[in-house]
Design a protein around this ligand. Structure first.
Ligand SMILES: *Cc1c(COP(=O)(O)O)cnc(C)c1O
Length: 404
């Protein structure tokens, strides 16, 4: 996104034009950016030639999944619904892995029926359940076991998943027991060791630590895993001040790791593929003077975009029109919902705004629409995709009649 003659543009299209044409709020994605992100990812890891499975929970729009599929990515899913969407988008089942701590019988049966690449189990009970279903179906099912490596991802507490107090994966002791159990099972084929230590990770160091843990446990297990699934979690630059994770460094550690362990690497990136490829376009309904600050009341709210309310995530907000007027103001950007956490940001020294002005909330491509809800009986926004400077509606705005 860049300003051209003080108007914010996305891939050559004036965003103000989009706001007027489609009404707000709008989720708007750039295919160019998605492509850039995928190329950046594959280039950084080209030496290890990984299978890249897009974490569908980051963005579940089928049209977007289709575009991502066209770059040869697979999918990481965490529910039967996501699995169905991935298949609907044309992603081959042999490129789909299924994660999650609570897969139900129905979900496991469906995954087995579709012959997906891997079911990554997260507990002993789940392994037994998969085995039971495989036996009834007279099938041998490829599984992975998710290890909890007890590695601090040094990220927001709510999105850390690889520490021993987190619900994900199994500890070393149980992991080794399960390896022994599965290797002698008639109905399970142990293919993969999986991990995923958290999200929005901005340093390569937690990954380096994680690989050391993996190295040790693989040695202890005396088992040759066809796949090592390292999960996702690579962070993005929400603050727009060049805080980037060094993927090349991460890649060099993985290179060393596979020299020794010689397995196919799987990655499950979500945020790093789609996060900065989406904006939420919104209009100012009212401006209200409050105690010591002015409230900018937007037509987008926490139901449309949950991250700030859910874990105080910070997102850049940009005016669609830059004004020449030099006067600056302090603003609190809020939605109309009846919750005090329905707040996007407090920003000092913002350009002076007026009612009916449009704004863009940046970097909402990941965990934006996928976390959205109909709270306060608010219909979900229209979603549009910019592809080669053309605009495509990839999800219509929900109608009130669908909700009432
Ligand atoms: C959420 C999740 C991911 C994706 O995480 P990002 O931070 O979006 O890259 C990958 N794997 C698993 C198992 C997940 O739960």
């Amino acid at each position: 996104m860049i300003y051209k003659k003080n108007k914010l543009n996305i891939d050559g299209i004036n965003i103000d034009f989009l706001a007027r044409k489609f009404n707000t709020p709008i989720y708007c994605y750039s295919l160019k950016k998605i492509k850039e992100n995928i190329l950046n990812f594959t280039n950084n890891f080209n030496k290890i030639n990984p299978l890249i499975c897009f974490a569908v929970k980051a963005n579940t729009n089928v049209k977007i999944l289709k575009e991502i599929k066209n770059f040869n990515l697979g999918a990481d899913v965490v529910s039967i619904g996501e699995l169905m969407k991935a298949i609907k988008a044309g992603i081959k089942p042999k490129k789909i892995v299924f994660s999650g701590v609570g897969k139900t019988k129905t979900e496991i049966e469906y995954a087995i029926q579709k012959k997906i690449l891997l079911i990554n189990a997260e507990s002993k009970s789940e392994i037994l359940e998969i085995e039971k279903i495989a036996k009834i179906k007279k099938r041998i099912v490829d599984v992975g076991i998710r290890l909890n490596p007890n590695t601090d991802a040094k990220t927001i507490r709510q999105i850390s998943t690889g520490k021993k107090e987190n619900k994900f994966g199994v500890n070393e002791k149980i992991f080794l027991q399960l390896v022994n159990y599965v290797r002698s099972s008639k109905y399970l084929n142990l293919k993969c060791l999986s991990v995923h230590i958290g999200s929005q990770i901005l340093s390569h160091k937690p990954y380096q630590k994680m690989l050391i843990v993996l190295d040790k446990i693989i040695e202890k297990s005396k088992y040759k895993f066809d796949y090592i699934d390292l999960g996702g979690g690579m962070g993005i630059d929400y603050s727009h001040n060049n805080t980037k994770i060094n993927l090349k460094k991460y890649s060099s550690y993985v290179e060393k790791f596979i020299k020794k362990n010689n397995s196919k690497i799987i990655f499950e990136p979500g945020r790093s593929i789609i996060g900065n490829a989406g904006i939420l376009i919104t209009k100012i309904i009212y401006i209200k003077e409050g105690f010591k600050k002015n409230f900018i009341i937007l037509d987008a709210a926490m139901n449309d975009f949950m991250r700030p309310a859910l874990y105080a995530a910070q997102h850049k907000i940009l005016p669609l029109k830059k004004t020449r007027n030099r006067s600056k103001k302090s603003y609190e950007f809020v939605g109309p919902i009846c919750e005090s956490t329905d707040k996007f940001a407090t920003i000092k020294n913002f350009q002076k705004l007026n009612e009916k002005d449009f704004l863009a909330i940046c970097d909402v491509g990941a965990y934006g629409t996928s976390l959205s809800s109909n709270y306060n009986v608010r219909p979900k926004p229209v979603e549009i995709l910019i592809k080669a400077s053309k605009v495509y509606i990839i999800n219509k705005r929900q109608k009130l009649s669908e909700l009432i």
